[in-house]
Design a protein around this ligand. Structure first.
Ligand code: PBG
Ligand code: ZN
Length: 327
């Protein structure tokens, strides 16, 4: 290979048109999924203290928000519910008149060109804030999986387009796939939170969804942050169980995992830029220590460059506006 002075890498960097021409990674609006939090009431729009620009919204406000999201050209939202009542078994999570089920129907009645994805886990609905049914302080796997399957069916019956289980119980993708197929929802894809770490970056989300565990933590089901081979075991097992899209979460601190999953599985890969990642950028920007727009685009581009096809991000609307502005 030629060396300096024949090779000059700067040649392709002088002219912005040339730079754009050889750019390897492009953020597209089609890549984005916007997370939304839905709560009871009317005309409610509560900003989440630890997540500036993110709101808990009642269904009427949520539907208007979804119209804006659709108009911006973002293809999908993922919904998280804050129920009216929480109980030990998280029953509002799988009731036909639960908050999410009503929200899906509300959106579907008025917004035509938007995918509604639902998060399937019990922690938003249980009084103890754990992701499953408890026996004392132990989370019961198989009993929880049955309820998750019920929840997934009720979401599909309300009109959900994609189901996203985030609980990390063993065998839940297979159970959900079988239940959906049995109920006639063979065409509904599963986007599995396959590689979900037990991460400190979820802190602000638990304020937003009011889902902090009353005791203990999530280490008995979410992954050890130190593991990479185990990520592959999780990803392969979800593919075997019928997952259509594999998610890695969080994103920014796990780019090596995104890369490895994409390279080895050759499947559609989603990555979730989680609440803590968003809030850290917001906080530093508010202090005037970083340029928010640059860091937003840099963090999202890095996630895409690592191998993510799809990015779940609280910055979806800002990123879509940026893409419009710079196109
Ligand atoms: C529910 C769920 C969580 C997130 C997505 N689905 C919280 C958790 O596992 O504690 C986190 C998303 C974020 O931090 O933005 N299991
Ligand atoms: Zn959970």
């Amino acid at each position: 290979m030629a060396d300096y002075p024949l090779k000059r890498l700067r040649r392709l960097r002088y002219n912005p048109l040339v730079r754009n021409m050889i750019r390897e990674t492009h953020l597209n609006k089609e890549d984005l999924i916007y997370p939304l939090f839905v709560c009871p009431g009317e005309k409610v729009k509560n900003e989440v203290k630890s997540m500036p620009g993110v709101y808990q919204m009642s269904i009427d406000v949520l539907v208007e928000e979804c119209k804006d999201v659709e108009a911006l050209g973002i293809p999908a939202v993922i919904l998280f519910g804050i129920p009216e009542h929480k109980d030990e078994e998280g029953t509002e999570g799988y009731r036909d008149d639960g908050i999410i089920q009503k929200a899906i129907r509300g959106i579907k009645a008025e917004v035509k060109n938007l995918l509604v994805i639902t998060d399937v886990c019990l922690c938003e609905y249980t009084s103890h804030g754990h992701c499953g049914l408890l026996d004392g302080e132990i989370i019961l796997n198989d009993e929880t999986v049955s309820l998750l399957a019920k929840m997934a069916i009720s979401h599909c019956q309300a009109g959900a387009d994609i189901i996203a289980p985030s609980d990390m119980m063993d065998g839940r993708v297979l159970a959900i796939r079988k239940s959906l197929d049995y109920m006639g929802f063979t065409h509904i894809p599963i986007m599995s939170y396959a590689v979900k770490y037990s991460s400190g970056y979820y802190g602000p989300f638990r304020d937003a969804a009011d889902s902090s565990p009353a005791f203990g933590d999530r280490r008995s089901h979410q992954m050890d942050i130190a593991n990479s081979d185990e990520a592959m075991r999780e990803a392969y097992s979800d593919v075997d169980e019928g997952a259509d899209i594999i998610m890695v979460k969080p994103a920014g601190a796990y780019l090596d995992i995104i890369y490895r999953v994409k390279q080895e599985l050759e499947m559609p890969v989603a990555a979730y830029q989680v609440s803590g990642e968003y809030s850290m950028i917001k906080a530093a920007a508010r202090l005037g220590w970083i340029d928010e727009e640059r860091i937003m685009i840099e963090s999202l581009t890095a996630i895409k460059r690592a191998g993510a096809d799809i990015i779940l991000t609280y910055y979806a609307k800002d990123a879509a506006s940026y893409i419009d502005k710079t196109k």
